[in-house]
Write a protein that binds this ligand. Structure first.
Ligand code: PA5
Length: 447
């Protein structure tokens, strides 16, 4: 049997007692009930809860399409933003070789676009794609989000010029709403293969739908194992587990008690750059789910030990409004042993024969003690390995804990009304039809 990820709260015991955590976890079990019964806030967006089972009938079609893209091209551009992009990127970066784009060995490259409107980024991408044999996966639930829609318009035209319209249509896959939105109409008009984002799954909870699974499969990773990991976490965090042993309830309770004690910023800490985009995914999940109605914990992230030489100073000695969540990965894939040097001029012979992971592990323990001594509470998530199965566990764990945590805060964890504010202003400033009056007012304000 595979080892499971687990939550370790011993490094917050100097700040919050385990009795308090267990009490709030027990009380919060009612939120698990309302999630399962569909009686809480945002209950029309609970489809993600049962995705580990519901997605199974689609796995073989996703794999077939991934195989097709891999056979007709050597690069896939994945276009999407927010929840339509971060989940696949998190998993792909965690599983990939750190230098995959520079490797000479035959493999399929994944490139992301539509997650910004930077002209230089897209110009660089177009230049690169001039010499690439590529396909496109375009993802947008609403089908109308400006950033991916713009990138798709530009890249679609590039691909059509390069390989011709009929061949481009064979290389473009659209993932969007079943019926609504400009992307749905575009896909139908042009005859693209499509996958559906279910109505009851919001963007940031969609990694276990084709939104996340198709790019991950195209990158060559085992999506069945990812879903299997998520399924195991669905069981572990379900109502059959005692609340005092349910990792999602314990994590949700602990972070809310820390917030109540004045710690309003949570920093996710990874000790491998492979987790960088997992933290980005987590930041979006928690930021968009909790940050509303004047409430929420601000989610931030650092990569260690890199950031110990940067934000580490603030974490150690700055305002005491922080707590950290360490992702502690037990085993690494590869082995690098530190060599011995005859003259020891760099004075590192005391480490000779040790593996780098041992040094990294001691850096992690040293940081835990230092930050705790500096009054920073630390929740630790122990992850047995960075493979598909445990990434699946991590995804489901953070999703269910986020929903519970949102209910503890008494917010709707499944909407994001605040995202509209910048869009309205941008549309008004760009004279989008229907925004003329708003545009006039804004331009007055800018005088
Ligand atoms: O979580 C969410 O719903 C958002 O972050 C969306 O994923 C993001 O805004 C992109 O939306 P769409 O997929 O409609 O283009």
């Amino acid at each position: 049997m595979k080892e499971n990820l687990s939550v370790d709260l011993k490094n917050i015991s100097g700040f919050i007692s385990s009795d308090e955590i267990i009490r709030l976890a027990g009380v919060s079990a009612k939120h698990l009930d309302s999630l399962n019964a569909g009686t809480g806030k945002g209950n029309d967006f609970l489809g993600w809860l049962t995705l580990p089972d519901d997605i199974l009938p689609q796995i073989s079609r996703i794999e077939k399409t991934a195989k097709h893209l891999r056979s007709v091209s050597d690069t896939t551009v994945v276009i999407g933003i927010g929840g339509s992009y971060l989940g696949s990127r998190a998993v792909i970066e965690a599983l990939s070789n750190s230098f995959s784009s520079l490797l000479k060995t035959k493999h399929h490259d994944i490139i992301f676009a539509g997650q910004n409107i930077c002209e230089d980024y897209l110009a660089d991408l177009l230049n690169l794609l001039d010499n690439k044999n590529y396909s496109i996966i375009v993802i947008s639930k609403s089908g109308t989000t400006t950033e991916p829609a713009l990138a798709f318009r530009i890249l679609k035209s590039h691909l059509e010029k390069k390989v011709g319209k009929p061949e481009a249509a064979e290389r473009i896959i659209a993932i969007t709403d079943e019926k609504r939105g400009a992307l749905r109409s575009l896909a139908e008009t042009n005859g693209y293969e499509t996958f559906v984002i279910p109505d009851n799954v919001g963007g940031r909870y969609s990694v276990l739908t084709p939104v996340g699974l198709l790019p991950i499969a195209v990158a060559g990773f085992d999506i069945s194992l990812l879903v299997k990991g998520a399924k195991s976490m669905e069981e572990i965090t379900g109502r059959n587990t005692k609340s005092s042993e349910n990792p999602a309830l314990l994590y949700a309770a602990a972070r809310n008690l820390l917030l109540q004690s004045g710690k309003s910023i949570e920093i996710m800490v990874g000790f491998t750059p492979k987790l960088h985009f997992f933290s980005e995914w987590w930041k979006q999940l928690y930021g968009e789910s909790e940050g509303k109605d004047g409430k929420g914990i601000f989610p931030a992230a650092v990569d260690m030990t890199t950031d110990l030489h940067s934000l580490g100073q603030y974490i150690q000695e700055g305002q005491r409004i922080l707590f950290e969540t360490f992702i502690s990965v037990k085993s690494t894939e590869a082995k690098v042993t530190i060599p011995s040097e005859k003259d020891d001029s760099d004075q590192l012979n005391y480490l000779a024969g040790k593996r780098l992971s041992e040094v990294n592990h001691n850096a992690e323990i040293g940081t835990t003690i230092a930050h705790n001594d500096g009054n920073v509470p630390i929740i630790t998530l122990h992850v047995p390995s960075l493979g598909e199965y445990h990434l699946g566990q991590m995804i489901y764990f953070f999703e269910i804990a986020c929903a519970i945590s949102g209910y503890i805060l008494d917010v709707n964890p499944f909407d994001q009304p605040g995202v509209e504010a910048y869009k309205k202003n941008m549309f008004a400033l760009l004279n989008k039809p229907g925004y003329e009056e708003a545009g006039k007012k804004l331009k007055e304000r800018l005088k």
